[in-house]
Design a protein around this ligand. Sequence first.
Ligand SMILES: Cc1ncc(C[n+]2csc(CCO)c2C)c(N)n1
Length: 226
Amino acid sequence: MSTLNYGETFALWRKGAGAAWGDYTRHSFVQGLGDGTLPRAAFLHYLVQDYVFLVHFSRAWSLAVVKSETMDEMKICAGTVDALVNHEMDLHVKTCAAEGISQETLFQSREETANLAYTRYVMDAGVQGDFLDMMAALAPCVMGYGEIGLNLGNVAADHPYADWINTYRDPEYQSVCTSVGQMIDGAVTRRLGDLKTSPRRDHLQGRFTKATELEVGFWQMGLDGA
Ligand SMILES: Cc1ncc(C[n+]2csc(CCO)c2C)c(N)n1
């Protein structure tokens, strides 16, 4: 499985999350994206909420810049903030505009509880904890979408969700997952040595698993609110 090259720490956390990881990456929302049966209303509901999500996620990655201890950590985290603020959020605005959702509607959308819970959980991991607490809470988002993109595989150009799927299947996105995974491995070694024997192992696993569960809640919100 190509998730192997997302790093050792991720592999350990992914396994430790147990059933929650499959609930996230194989959620019925994801199956619907893959086979094209996801109702458009559910996708758009998700996209609008995801815009608000990305706003707060950018704030969280910015806090990770503050918590960085090396140039490598700082570069990856600052690069993610740049990608989110200057590229990915624009893409949401354009996709929504193409679907007849105005910028005004997007900006005024009400943040749903499942959405708020996830991003504020990640922010709090950083306020209360250190860089590793943040990485454990941020990793499911980055790596999960990479794995979902690979799982969904090659789709025809006229598939209704081809753009979405290809964004995450793309080698460019896959290499982001690899770099983030390497950076996390380095950050763990630097601070803890061997994660498997570290007293912080369970706490960090708890953060990763909780964030994974919050991703499940996010997909469910997309389906329920449509
Ligand atoms: C709910 C939700 N979870 C994950 C992502 C994916 N994602 C969010 S930020 C980012 C770039 C690196 O952090 C990626 C891939 C999303 N859009 N929405």
